[in-house]
Design a protein around this ligand. Structure first.
Ligand code: PGA
Length: 339
């Protein structure tokens, strides 16, 4: 038994330390753990005293773990992985009355995931839910670090070892302010769109990658006037007349077809995509996560119907993933295309 560490270090200290290394910052660790920064610093100092070696090097504003810090970090990851498996097994033994579901979703899924989680929690009220919304690149990082139970994302990258289940269409459309001269025009070319100022998502965004791929494939380039890291901010910028943009149809859920932005009829658009529920291959899912996965896949008819009701004009582009894959669930429906 590691008697010395057991008597002098606490799991809480290890948790604080692990978060600092993973997030690369004392401030972000404090935020994630709902602690004050002095508490985080104090816990880390106590831990370094117990280990008897410095755990971090401070270079300017950056904190980097020392060699001892890296060893400790590797050990922490193993301990926490074991403890979280244990928690999962205990929750399974208690059935679906208790437990935790952690989801990480790409930004467009935030227009749907909270509603699905709401319905799920009405069925299983004892389950605690947490939802992290971020862009594709960050979701991939979270997936590799095994930070959540399940993810909603676009087509998984080929080099990711995952199980992936398509469950809802996620078409990308070109949007403009309702009074824009191109609104109502048919079959607008990408060349025409390339002459308009354009608002683009930030690097790391799946929408950005998918949009640039379509423009590049047709020898065009959007005239990016502004980069924004939020779909909502982009919508407002479009309404404000700052330019056109490509967004997921789901970002228009609340306004339906009659809102302040209009969908343009552009050649090669919408970009047809699906959302996938994903988890790392080989990961043992908790009973809660397995139940949510089935619930999400079963919800696809409802999601599909809701989209067709909201945007009847887009019906032809809203093929249900079930139809796309036949009746049976496929495990890894990963094509060459990314995004
Ligand atoms: P993003 O992904 O937030 O990374 O752009 C959204 C999507 O691919 O639908």
């Amino acid at each position: 038994m590691p008697d010395y560490l057991i008597r002098h270090a606490t799991l809480r200290q290890l948790q604080v330390f692990e978060a600092i290394v993973r997030l690369g910052s004392f401030t972000r660790a404090a935020e994630e753990l709902f602690l004050t920064q002095p508490t985080v610093s104090m816990q880390t100092k106590k831990l370094a005293d117990v280990i008897g070696l410095p755990l971090f090097e401070h270079v300017g504003r950056n904190v980097t773990p020392t060699e001892a810090g890296m060893e400790l970090y590797a050990a922490c990851r193993q301990v926490f992985e074991l403890l979280s498996n244990l928690e999962m097994k205990v929750a399974d033994l208690k059935g679906l009355k208790r437990g935790h579901l952690r989801m990480g979703v790409i930004t467009t899924a935030k227009y749907l995931a909270p509603e699905m989680l709401g319905q799920f929690s009405r069925l299983y009220p004892g389950i605690e839910l947490s939802l992290k919304v971020t862009n594709r690149e960050r979701i991939n990082e979270r997936l590799l670090a095994n930070e959540d139970d399940l993810y909603i994302t676009g087509v998984p990258d080929d080099d990711l070892e995952v199980e992936a289940f398509p469950f809802a269409p996620n078409p990308l459309v070109v949007i403009a302010p309702r009074e824009h001269p191109l609104v109502g025009k048919k079959n607008i070319s990408l060349e025409t769109i390339s002459k308009e100022p354009f608002i683009m998502r930030e690097p790391g965004s799946g929408i950005r990658d998918a949009t640039l791929r379509v423009f590049n494939a047709h020898g065009c380039r959007p005239q990016v006037r502004m980069e924004l890291g939020s779909n909502e901010a982009i919508k407002h910028a479009v309404v404000g007349g700052l330019g056109l943009a490509v967004l997921s149809l789901h970002t228009l859920t609340l306004e339906g077809t009659g809102g302040a932005v209009a969908i343009l009829d552009v050649k090669n658009f919408p970009i047809i995509r699906q959302w996938y529920i994903v988890y790392p291959k080989g990961k043992e899912l908790s009973l809660v996560a397995r139940t949510f996965l089935d619930f999400a896949i079963e919800s696809e008819d409802m999601i599909h119907e809701r989209m067709v009701t909201l945007w009847p004009g887009m019906k032809q582009f809203l093929q249900s993933p079930k139809k796309a894959r036949g009746k049976k669930k496929i495990k890894k429906a990963v094509g060459k295309k990314k995004g």
